[in-house]
Design a binder for this molecule. Structure first.
Ligand code: SAM
Length: 292
């Protein structure tokens, strides 16, 4: 087991006081694999039948019919299934299924996924609109863009344009009905003490400055009355509420309160925002919804 860096455990104790022990415990549990049924290609009934045929036990998720928790199968077991190869299912953590649900994109809308690779949420946004949304998926990194294209093709995502570019430089001639900014972050919510720890104070600082620039850009690209979801897989307030409120002050926009679906472990966060606590099922995650 790795040790959590001292600066980070001090920060978590300072920010979360009574909840810090629960967070620190959440970094040392191993979570079961979860998957999302891809409605663009199949439905939960068929996927469950196929899992049953393969002797793979699963649990349903009360707040999302397309999510399944696998009782003991590993990612490798799932990758060996033809369902996986054909893009009928996608391995995705439960927490990371939340931002597209809050975005609530509709068929016919123009939707921007600003930081999209490897593409789980892009494909989920499309599936939630039953393939009817027009999606622009933006990613800065070339290799990750290739992965994004591959994943979107495998899941049969229609009406999607992939742009390999720095989203901070997107032309403001474009505008969107909805935008997901699942921002690059320190990953402080997804620490796994059984693997080498990569988080550093410099990474947090660097993430904050990119997050704020991306969020301001998103607010400029959003149509009036449009909806924006900002999410990170960090639980640090400097990457979440602090970035959010600075960007709202500087670039406009108003927070739309969201409530967590029942059964999700939450941490104290600014009113109307959601911070998921890492635990035996969930990774730490932050979500906020904004309207312009
Ligand atoms: N939304 C993705 C998903 O669900 O599969 C995960 C996104 S990951 C948290 C953040 C992504 O943002 C990374 O792939 C990173 O390369 C990309 N990124 C970082 N800076 C960016 C920028 N300036 N413009 C566009 N993408 C960026």
């Amino acid at each position: 087991m790795q040790q959590i860096p001292e600066w980070l455990s001090n920060k978590i104790k300072e920010e979360y006081v009574a909840d810090s022990e629960q967070i620190l415990n959440g970094f040392s549990v191993s979570r079961p694999v979860s998957l999302r049924v891809n409605r663009l290609k199949t439905d939960p009934t068929d996927v469950k039948a196929e899992l049953n045929r393969n002797g793979i036990a699963y649990r349903e998720v009360a707040w999302y019919a397309d999510a399944l928790i696998l009782e003991s199968a590993t990612e490798r077991d799932i990758r060996a299934l033809s369902l996986y190869e054909s893009g009928e299912i996608y391995l995705q953590s439960l927490s990371s299924m939340l931002p597209p649900l809050f975005l609530d994109g509709q068929a016919g809308e123009n939707i921007l996924d600003m930081a999209a690779a490897p593409g789980g949420k892009t494909a989920q946004i499309s599936a939630l609109s039953l393939g009817g949304a027009f999606i622009t998926a933006c990613e800065i990194d070339r290799i990750r863009t290739d992965r994004l294209r591959f994943n979107l093709a495998r899941q049969g995502v229609p009406r999607v344009t992939v742009l390999q570019t720095d989203a901070r430089k997107l032309n403001e001639f474009f505008s969107f009905d909805r935008i997901l900014l699942d921002a690059p972050c320190s990953g402080s919510g997804t620490l796994d003490l059984s693997t080498p720890i990569k988080i550093s104070e410099a990474l947090v600082r660097n993430s904050v400055s990119i997050q704020e620039a991306l969020l301001c850009k998103a607010l400029k690209l959003l149509k009036k009355n449009g909806t924006l979801v900002y999410s990170t897989c960090s639980i640090l307030k400097e990457e979440n509420e602090e970035v959010l409120f600075r960007a709202l002050r500087r670039c406009g926009g108003e927070l739309i309160p969201i409530s967590p679906p029942t059964g999700i472990p939450v941490l104290p966060s600014a009113d109307g925002t959601l911070c998921v606590s890492p635990d035996e099922l969930f990774e730490g995650f932050f979500v906020a919804k904004i309207q312009k």
